[in-house]
Ligand binder design. Structure first.
Ligand code: 13P
Length: 244
């Protein structure tokens, strides 16, 4: 299964999102088999899900709180994501870890809450430049994945996003991606998160239509989690076509 997911981050307003979706829907390949998702900001979830879900696209939240409801000003819960048409949720994006204090312990609760509400967690992991330069990449990935020993098995997608490749135009090299994805697969199996190949592992970090075909040729790369290039319907449409 190939997967292409747009992470719009904190971009677009309603008029722009509507125009994007209308344009993208015209570009979807006939008979395409890739799973396609869009993760808009919370304010656009209803609008986007109303437009794209009838065409079989998935809608993801970019984050959610682990509690169902309560006094958590500024937060959004898993049932609230479901309520506006989400089928999944990004969890542990490096920007959440870096700027908003997301922790591995907190992610255990969030993954379990997502499952409770029948949302597919898309768990994002990846090392910083300092961690790569010091040779700690696989240790970091192993630590970030060790939470799966606590959550137990369940429906999951994983995205490997090296922090230094996000928004920098500096995509990871094929051997780096191959090593990381092979390690992630082995860890997923070790933790019992998957016994076969049913957990797709996406690559994220400066994915473009120029680089995506090479990435898709790397073993264990099931698709892409795309930031900048996903804000352009022409480029995102190309990525969907390339995924098949
Ligand atoms: P870019 O594609 O802009 O590098 O962003 C990647 C990302 O963070 C997707 O979650």
């Amino acid at each position: 299964m190939r997967c292409v997911v747009a992470n719009w981050k904190m971009n677009l307003r309603s008029g722009e999102a509507q125009a994007f979706c209308e344009d993208l829907l015209l570009r979807l390949p006939e008979g395409g088999s890739a799973e396609v998702g869009i993760a808009p900001p919370f304010t656009l979830l209803s609008l986007v899900s109303g437009l794209v879900r009838p065409r079989g696209l998935q809608v993801f939240g970019q984050n959610a709180h682990a509690e169902d409801k309560g006094a958590f000003t500024g937060e959004v819960s898993m049932p609230q994501l479901r309520d506006v048409g989400c089928s999944g949720v990004l969890l542990g994006h490096s920007e959440r870890r870096q700027f908003f204090g997301e922790t591995d312990a907190g992610l255990i609760k969030k993954i379990k809450a997502a499952w409770q509400w029948d949302l597919l967690p898309l768990l994002c992991i990846g090392e910083s430049l300092a961690e790569r330069d010091s040779g700690a990449t696989l240790d970091v990935l192993g630590r970030q994945l060790s939470i799966l020993a606590e959550t137990g098995p369940g429906p999951l997608w994983v995205a490997y996003e090296p922090v230094w490749a996000i928004g920098t135009g500096r995509r990871a090299e094929a051997p780096q991606v191959q090593e990381a994805h092979a390690f992630i697969r082995a860890e997923l199996i070790r933790h019992g998160a998957c016994t076969d190949y049913e957990v797709p592992i996406l690559y994220g970090g400066s994915v473009t239509p120029e680089s995506f075909p090479e990435l898709l040729g790397i073993p264990e790369v099931a698709g892409g989690l795309v930031g900048g290039a996903s804000l352009d319907p022409h480029k995102f449409g190309e990525l969907i076509k390339q995924a098949g």
